[in-house]
Design a protein around this ligand. Structure first.
Ligand SMILES: Cc1cc2nc3c(=O)[nH]c(=O)nc-3n(C[C@H](O)[C@H](O)[C@H](O)COP(=O)(O)OP(=O)(O)OC[C@H]3O[C@@H](n4cnc5c(N)ncnc54)[C@H](O)[C@@H]3O)c2cc1C
Ligand code: FES
Length: 237
């Protein structure tokens, strides 16, 4: 969905999200967070899968309608100056922020390897990527299996200080990606997901467990994330 939102488009960075009021009156009351797929020329794009009430209503919007959009929200991916090779991993609709990051890395002339995973070929979004590696769980497109199989192969050829993995997708996938990256000593940034109520750091409905020395603390995915260094996360799934 393409939205005219000049202020957001001017500010949005890869990994940030927007929060949409899908119904002006009635249910669902809460806004729905969506990753930003692109932001240019006064427009932002989002990519969504109809999963329930909110996305169903969103899918019924027609050209010219107005919708309240809050954003850009959260903290996006960090690209450090030493980065020479980025491995981008997208699972399901997690492809949205990864596609936006891919555009930025292309403009910085940083080498990318893109690995996209989905349940089946109908759910693969590969627009804008140059020869991505694709994995599907049912083998209907690309390699049969999970993204981590391809990541293992890629990681073994990477040099630690100048490479990094960037991932967005379901939490079990992020956990597996983090484990493979950490095993190879490669820095990994993960875009975490949870149900959100306020989306702006007030209600604490979106916290994830993080390491604080030898203790466990909590951070808000909406305001402190959604992107975190994978080594910070206490994985619970
Ligand atoms: C930072 C962030 C970015 C997101 N980006 C996108 C995006 O780019 N595209 C997109 O389609 N969706 C995205 N989502 C999820 C989105 O906000 C909605 O929650 C989801 O689309 C379902 O909304 P719904 O109202 O249609 O479904 P609901 O009626 O609220 O729920 C339908 C089903 O989906 C499950 N569900 C709802 N929300 C989530 C969630 N966040 N994680 C896991 N399961 C959930 C519910 O438990 C239920 O089983 C993002 C979420 C976060 C937190
Ligand atoms: S959704 Fe309210 S604090 Fe994150």
């Amino acid at each position: 969905m393409k939205l005219s939102a000049p202020d957001i488009a001017a500010l949005a960075k890869p990994g940030q999200f927007v929060s949409l009021q899908v119904n002006e009156r009635g249910m669902p009351l809460l806004r729905r967070p969506m990753g930003v797929l692109s932001a240019k020329n006064g427009f932002i794009e989002i990519l969504f899968k109809t999963a329930g009430k909110g996305t169903e209503l969103l899918s019924r919007k027609t050209a010219g309608e107005s919708i309240s959009v809050l954003g850009p929200l959260g903290n996006g991916f960090t690209v450090n100056e030493r980065l020479k090779h980025a491995v981008l991993i997208a699972g399901g609709y997690g492809v949205s922020p990864i596609a936006f990051l891919h555009e930025k890395l292309k403009s910085l002339r940083i080498k990318t390897t893109v690995i996209i995973g989905a349940k089946n070929k109908k759910l693969v979004f590969k627009e804008g990527f140059n020869l991505p590696e694709i994995t599907t769980e049912d083998g209907s497109l690309g390699f049969k299996g999970l993204v981590t199989g391809r990541l293992e192969k890629t990681c073994s050829g990477l040099s630690c200080g100048t490479s990094a993995v960037f991932a967005c997708g379901p939490v079990p996938m992020l956990k597996a990606v983090a484990q493979v990256s950490e095993k190879h000593g490669i820095e990994c940034q993960v875009s975490m997901e949870s149900m959100m109520a306020c989306g702006v750091g007030v209600c604490l409905s979106c916290v994830c467990a993080v390491k604080e020395g030898i203790d466990t603390g909590y951070k808000r995915i909406c305001a402190d994330g959604p992107v975190f260094d994978s080594r910070e996360i206490v994985w619970r799934t």
